[in-house]
Design a protein around this ligand. Structure first.
Ligand code: SF4
Ligand code: SF4
Length: 154
């Protein structure tokens, strides 16, 4: 049994990690590993970069086609899609965030890993107030594949 089945935490080895050239462009990383009948991400992608073999299959991203627009992040009911963009020594990580209060651009937040543990501090670069709000933070590049949530500092 895989760890996500036991504890709900996905290991990096279970994900399709984009290469450096795609990370520099900024792409969606889908951390959806359970075979469930769901596909809003496929329908929402304006460039058809997300595909599924069948309705119960896990979605795949064509990193060459993905433009990093973030639409799929907003529509995923499982909060399972993130954007990662590498810029020099920094990474911009975009996460869905359904708590209040929402942070504001320029705020410092606590960046958390998949287990909800502190990784580092991050700076909010963008907040999109959609049905599912989407927050982009900047963190040191080495944490690009670790940071997947935030906690607003009080
Ligand atoms: S970020 Fe935009 S282009 Fe990339 S997979 Fe998501 S919806 Fe498609
Ligand atoms: S919308 Fe989210 S939960 Fe549904 S298949 Fe796509 S990534 Fe998985």
């Amino acid at each position: 049994m895989k760890r996500w089945e036991r504890e709900g935490v996905i290991e990096l080895e279970e994900l399709d990690i984009p290469g450096e050239e795609h990370l520099k462009k900024g792409v969606a990383i889908i951390e959806c590993v359970q075979e469930i009948p769901c596909n809003p991400c496929v329908d929402a992608c304006p460039v058809r970069a997300i595909s599924m073999e069948h309705i119960n299959a896990v979605p795949r991203v064509d990193y060459g086609a993905c433009t990093g627009c973030g639409t799929c992040v907003e529509v995923c009911p499982g909060l399972a899609i993130f954007l990662v963009k590498i810029e020099g020594e920094h990474a911009q990580v975009t996460v869905p965030y359904e708590f209040v209060p929402l942070p504001e651009k320029g705020d410092r937040v606590t960046a958390l890993n998949r287990e909800g543990e502190h990784v580092c501090d991050g700076v909010v670069k963008r907040v999109r107030k959609m049905k599912t709000p989407v927050v982009t933070i900047e963190v040191p590049r080495e944490y690009a594949m670790e940071v997947r949530n935030i906690r607003v500092m009080s």
